[in-house]
Each structure stands twice: as structure tokens, then as C-alpha cells.
Design a protein around this ligand. Structure first.
Ligand code: HSE
Length: 426
């Protein structure tokens, strides 16, 4: 039976989950995969943490050099996160000819080309299923399941923390601050929640996923990013009344005009399958020109779900020796010739506060008409002191047209404020 030696760098939540799956299922993998997988060593400063997981303290390495010079280690699992020291450790492992499995989306999104170059040079494997959408096998689906298709679009709820926050704001009527606090208490959001709530985490994932989907390197900088910090419970409430649910979506589209890649809060109609993906769950919806629509759903984070993706890579790596790398030109900044769309075409949810007086709505409608923006729905809610909230939903139109119209509308004497502009995907 083939013996496979694994090293785990970092025994945090995901490292612990990976160790548990590899050791609990050792006999199962012998039987079902024909592989005898052993965790040979771990790199972890906190030796007590390693011992508490059942690891012999002699198996705890004190340096990356010790790990990569261990002849029993075939595969190095990096679950430290962040750029350094993870980047240096991964490069050292690859340059020693070890195959690397990583869950590190930031490292991968920003340094994929450098890592791939080292892997190619040493004929080592480089696997990253766990970097995107945790336990959901989206990378393997894109690489090994959708090859027959030109992928036309990828839309996903690819950050669990923000999905938890938006779900609680919608279902419990909580404010953003209340929902964030609870997400932090439950361990979904970190003490500094910026990476999740400002959309960076989703941007790293969309950069990786859309590169694979569209066969060209989509750098992190080409992704338009907006987080959820400005979302209010009023937006969610009015959207709900009109039959829409708010999600932070990662959207990639391959259109005749070019590629568009964006992460931002988005209303989806309640009949859209993404609308019923709640709490910290993730889902990715793909449209391929042959298969049509498919959707994958599951847990995007956590010890065992992310460990599941890592272990699937370990097994895949152990069963393949002819490693393949990206077939597109992999450069950190992306390929200059790739055409991107920046004037997104979308429907828009616009919330304004206006004077409650005759002719106000018709004036606003007139400005939209002048800019060729067609109105789909309007909702006016009872206000106080002659000031009323109005929600307008447009048909699909270019963002530039909406912005020009809104600049004129904002200047109208009867318009007090434009409170929200949120894209809507049907
Ligand atoms: N923080 C991420 C999320 C999980 O909330 O989805 C790891 O990418």
C-alpha cells in the first residue's frame, strides 16, 4: 500500500480539523483510497496545543527547515493564513520538491504565480481546494467537472461571516452592529472584522475562482469591491417588502464586452436559489454553455469542512504524480490584454428621502427617463414631517446612466437625500 507522509504547518482551527480527519479516518483511507496516510510532523509554536490534539511532542518540528528536510514528508499542508511567514514556508517546501496543499486564499490570490513557478520548477504539486468556499468542492468542479463548458457566469455567497450578519439583519431585524457583535461572539467574525465585512476575503476568493472559470488571471486589483458596513436594516426591510433578499455576492461574468468581476451587496429576488442560502452557509451558482446552471452549497469555513477540502487535496495529490498547472499565463497583475468591463449593467435598488408633495415622484421619474433609465417598481412608505422614504427599482441599465441621473436627482429641491444605491441581480 502506498505510504503518504504529511506535515501540517499551523495547528489552529483548520490545522486541528485536518489532523483529526487524517487520524480518525486513517483506516478508512486505507480501505477506500488504498493509501496509508500518516501525519509525520507538525510545525506549531504552541507545543501544548499539539499535545492536546494527541500529537507526540517529538513530532512537533521547531523550524520549517526541519519539516522540509524530513524524508518521510511528501505533502506539506499550510494552514497558517496571511502572507508571511506562510509564503516563505510554502516556497521552501516547494523548492524542496514537496507537494503543497494550502487553504490560504490571500496568499494564493496575491502570490499564485510565484508559487506555481516554484512548483513547476521542482515538479511538485500545488493544491488549493480549501482556499475558496471551505468544504464546498468548487475548485475541483471548475478544474475537473466543467471542462466541457465555457463558463458564462459565476455568482456566489463566498463569505460566511457576512452571510450570517445579513441573515440576522433580515430575519431578526437586528442592526448591522448587533449582528456583527453576535457573529464575533460565535467566532465567525474576528475581533477586527475588516477582511470579511469590507469584502476582502470574498475578493481573494473571486479572484481565484474567476481566474479558473474564465481561463485568464484575474488579479485581486481587477475585482471591484464593496463591503456591507453601510447596509442598514431599512434597506433590508424595504427590499424584503418588495420580494428581495440582500446578499454579499461575488459575481464574475464573461460577456462579449469583456469580463466583469465584482464583490458587493446585491439584492436577489426571493425565487433565486441564492436567496435561501442563510446563516454562515456558502453557495456558488455557475452557468456553463453546455451544462446550463449548477449550484454548489455547503459550509465555507470551520475546522472539519475546511479540513475536508484539505484532505481531499492530500488524497488527490497522493494519487497523481503528473501534476498540472494553470494553462493560462499566470502573472501577479493579470494579463494586460484581458478586457474588463467597469461600467456594470445591472438593476438598481435606490432609496431616497423626498418631500411629500405633489409632482415630486414625476420629477424624479422624468430625470430617470431623460437618462434612459427605466423604472421597474416604486414604493413609497408613509413618512413623518412631510419627509418620506421612496424606493425605486430600475430595469437593467449601465451604472454610468444611473449615476448621472442620480447626480441630477440629488440636486432637486424636493429630494432631501439619496440614502442607498444597491445593485440587484435577478
Ligand atoms: N472568514 C471566512 C468567511 C472564512 O466568513 O467565510 C474563511 O474564508
Amino acid at each position: 500500500m502506498k505510504k503518504v507522509g504529511v506535515a501540517i504547518l499551523g495547528l489552529g482551527v483548520v490545522g486541528g480539523g485536518t489532523y483529526k480527519i487524517l487520524t480518525d479516518n486513517k483506516e478508512f483511507f486505507k480501505k477506500t483510497q488504498g493509501l496509508d496516510v500518516t501525519v509525520e510532523t507538525v510545525l506549531e509554536k504552541n507545543v501544548e496545543r499539539a499535545v492536546s490534539l494527541g500529537i507526540d511532542k517529538n513530532a512537533v518540528a521547531s523550524s520549517i527547515e526541519e519539516v522540509v528536510s524530513n524524508p518521510n514528508v511528501d505533502i506539506v499542508v499550510e494552514v497558517i493564513g496571511g502572507i508571511e511567514p506562510a509564503r516563505t514556508f510554502v516556497l521552501k517546501a516547494l523548492m524542496s520538491g514537496k507537494t503543497v496543499v494550502t487553504s490560504n486564499k490571500e496568499l494564493f490570490a496575491k502570490h499564485w504565480s510565484e508559487l506555481e513557478e516554484a512548483a513547476k520548477k521542482m515538479n511538485a504539486g500545488l493544491f488549493f481546494e480549501a482556499s475558496c468556499v471551505g468544504g464546498v468542492p468548487i475548485i475541483r468542479t471548475l478544474q475537473d467537472g466543467m471542462q466541457a463548458n465555457k463558463i458564462l457566469s459565476i455568482k456566489g455567497i463566498i463569505n460566511g461571516t457576512t452571510n450570517y450578519i445579513l441573515t440576522k439583519m433580515a430575519n431578526q431585524g437586528w442592526s448591522y452592529e448587533e449582528a456583527l457583535k453576535e457573529a464575533q461572539r460565535l467566532g465567525y467574525a474576528e475581533f477586527n472584522p475588516t477582511a470579511d465585512v469590507e469584502g476582502f476575503d470574498a475578493t481573494y476568493k473571486l479572484s481565484i475562482l474567476s481566474s479558473l472559470a474564465f481561463h485568464t488571471k484575474i488579479s485581486v486589483d481587477s475585482v471591484h469591491r464593496e463591503g456591507i458596513t453601510a447596509i442598514t436594516k431599512e434597506d433590508i426591510l424595504y427590499g424584503k417588502e418588495l420580494g428581495y433578499t440582500l446578499k454579499l455576492l461575488g459575481i464574475g461574468k464573461n460577456t462579449p464586452a469583456g469580463i466583469e468581476v465584482r464583490v458587493h451587496p446585491t439584492f436577489v429576488s426571493n425565487s433565486n436559489p441564492l436567496a435561501s442560502v442563510n446563516d454562515s452557509f456558502n453557495a456558488v451558482h455557475l452557468v456553463g454553455d453546455a451544462v446550463g446552471e449548477i449550484m454548489l452549497y455547503g459550509r465555507g469555513a470551520g475546522a472539519l469542512p475546511t479540513g475536508s477540502a484539505i484532505v481531499s487535496d492530500v488524497i488527490f495529490a497522493a494519487k497523481h504524480t503528473d501534476y498540472y498547472y494553470t494553462c493560462f499565463k499566470n502573472t501577479d497583475d493579470g494579463v494586460k490584454e484581458t478586457k474588463f468591463v467597469s461600467d456594470f449593467t445591472s438593476q438598481y435598488f435606490i432609496r431616497l428621502a423626498v418631500k411629500d408633495a405633489p409632482g415630486v415622484l414625476s420629477k424624479i421619474a422624468g430625470v430617470f427617463a431623460k437618462h434612459n433609465v427605466s423604472i421597474k417598481e416604486v414604493k413609497q412608505v408613509a413618512g413623518i414631517d412631510g419627509k418620506v422614504p421612496v424606493v425605486i427599482i430600475t430595469h437593467e441599465c449601465p451604472e454610468s446612466a444611473v449615476n448621472k441621473a442620480l447626480a441630477k436627482i440629488e440636486a432637486l429641491e424636493t429630494v432631501y437625500s439619496i440614502d442607498s444605491i444597491i445593485r440587484l441581480e435577478d
